[in-house]
Design a binder for this molecule. Structure first.
Ligand code: TXA
Ligand code: MG
Length: 342
């Protein structure tokens, strides 16, 4: 299949291009588009054949449900039942934005969107291109991240192209996404909201609005035997091309592990903050920036940039698990093959 690419960053005729992409989505094809978190691979959420094309193109396990994207609160309510009051508060504070509400499905979304579960995840993205596309289609769009299953999520149209060119109908190129890690997924079927996947909105931010918020126990401890409630969280994910070790203990420890590996004849790449890199003596390095927000925004591009032809192993810094740091460490743990503790 030939994959179309609509450039709407500096391009002309933006409205026409959005209309064209929307029309293709409505015919039941899969089209990738930018959101404020990562690029999504969209299809008509009410059309199971269209949704099937997403699973096919990504090589996604059939038991992993998709998030339905809608343009506004009214459309969100049209997909679900039994919405607790706190969801209304969360919507007013954080939507449109990087947050997904898991609520009982009213059956509007196709069965393969929910992977047979009784609940559906719904989110209102804030990216202007995503919103324009959703408004132009006027249907709920099921969209997982637009990467091949298991690979780091795409934060540019180039990443999507690398993984899915020839497998999907098109990509809307809206430039790099902003947040860089996916939305926070919250189970809203209980009296107290439960975070199933940490993401763009932190636990601290949620608690300011609704008081107590819990975290799915399966996420709290790396060694937990509990089964995660978001099926996607049980898979290994975000894997770079070469093995990656997470190194605790700052620049000195990083330098020591690096030097040992180099002495063994390994080609080593380092992924770390600008500050840490300035203290290191290494030949291959990619800076993730400085603030936690910058690190989140640069993370997946960093994971994709180290290639087999250049390095045998990646060493990556660890981050404090507060604010967006919770999402960063959640993704890094899944991407890493080994955690070298202090
Ligand atoms: O930021 C995002 O959320 C991006 C953009 C494209 O919107 N989307 C995204 O989708 O990350 P995906 O499919 O890569 O991840 C969705 C996560 C998976 O872990 C899935 O298991 C979980 O949400 N999920 C979806 N529906 C669920 C449900 N009904 N119950 C529990 N977990 C659910
Ligand atoms: Mg994903």
């Amino acid at each position: 299949m030939e994959t179309k690419r609509w450039n709407i960053v500096n391009g002309k005729n933006i409205e026409e291009k959005i209309q064209e992409a929307a029309a293709i989505l409505k015919t039941g094809e899969a089209v990738a588009f930018p959101t404020e978190t990562v690029y999504g691979l969209g299809a008509d959420a009410t059309n199971s054949a269209a949704v099937g094309k997403i699973f096919q193109a990504k090589g996604r396990p059939q038991d992993n449900p998709l998030i339905a994207h809608v343009a506004n609160k009214e459309q969100l309510y049209n997909l679900v039942t039994d919405v607790p009051d706190y969801v209304d508060k969360l919507i007013r504070s954080f939507s449109p934005g990087p947050i997904t509400y898991v609520l009982p499905s009213n059956g509007t979304c196709a069965e393969n969107v929910t992977a047979g579960l009784s609940t559906v995840g719904v989110r209102i993205p804030s990216h202007p291109v995503a919103l324009a596309l959703l408004k132009a289609c006027n249907i709920p769009i099921a969209a997982p991240s637009a990467n091949l299953s298991g690979k780091p999520s795409p934060t540019t149209a180039g990443h999507v192209w690398e993984d899915l060119n020839g497998k999907i109908a098109g990509v809307v190129d809206g430039g790099p996404t902003g947040v860089g890690v996916e939305s926070t997924v919250i189970d809203c079927t209980q009296d107290i909201p439960v975070i199933l996947r940490p993401g763009g909105i932190s636990k601290e931010e949620l608690e300011e609005v609704v008081g107590k918020v819990m975290i799915d126990p399966a996420l709290e401890h790396a060694e937990s035997k509990e089964k995660p409630k978001a099926p996607g969280m049980k898979y290994k994910h975000y894997a770079p091309e070469v093995p990656m070790w997470l190194i605790q203990g700052g620049s000195e420890r990083m330098q020591a592990v690096h030097d040992e590996l180099v002495a063994e004849g390994k080609r080593v790449g380092v992924l770390a903050n600008r500050n840490t890199l300035e203290k290191l003596n290494v030949s291959e390095a990619i800076s993730l920036g400085e603030s936690p927000e910058e690190v989140a925004a640069n993370l997946y591009d960093g994971l994709r940039r180290f290639r087999q032809e250049d390095v045998d192993i990646i060493l990556c810094d660890t981050y404090q698990e507060i604010g967006i740091g919770q999402a960063i460490m959640n993704r890094l743990r899944k991407a890493a093959s080994r955690y070298v503790e202090r």
